[in-house]
Design a protein around this ligand. Structure first.
Ligand code: ZN
Length: 136
């Protein structure tokens, strides 16, 4: 059994943005394991999230649009009375803080079009991406 944990930092550039972090995650994993296991990818944040989907640029903008249209930045949310970022907390709550990816022979077992995406809701910020590998 092998367990390894680490962290990579992602600098986001826009208030709401979707960043493909697959390459960073693969680079970290290559230094950790050549075996089989599971990789947990998470953010220790309340206004950012992790999802897995296609990194087609139009789709990444569509995710931003969904956050803008459904979670309404500047909307009449209760949380905006104390901190004007309720939309980011709401989006992060619904998307979730983490994903689990199977690893085989040290490689992420993603589908052809799947990428690991960090969803920024209240940037630009330095975001910590926590990685936990559990396997052989
Ligand atoms: Zn807040």
């Amino acid at each position: 059994m092998r367990v390894a944990s680490g962290e990579v930092v992602v600098e986001t550039r826009r208030r709401i943005e979707v960043v493909d972090v697959t390459g960073l995650v693969e680079k970290w994993l290559s230094g950790v394991s050549g075996g089989d296991g599971l990789l947990i990818v998470r953010v220790p944040h309340t206004t950012a999230a992790v999802t897995i989907n296609e990194a087609e640029p139009g789709l990444l903008e569509d995710i931003v649009r969904v956050i803008e249209e459904y979670f309404r930045p500047g909307g009449d949310w209760m949380h905006n009375r104390i901190d004007n970022n309720a939309h980011a907390h709401l989006a992060a709550s619904f998307i979730g803080d983490s994903r689990v990816v199977p690893v085989s022979s040290g490689r992420l077992q993603l589908g052809t079009w799947q990428r690991i995406l960090l969803v920024e809701g209240d940037g630009p910020r330095r975001r910590r991406l926590q990685l936990l590998y559990i396997g052989e």
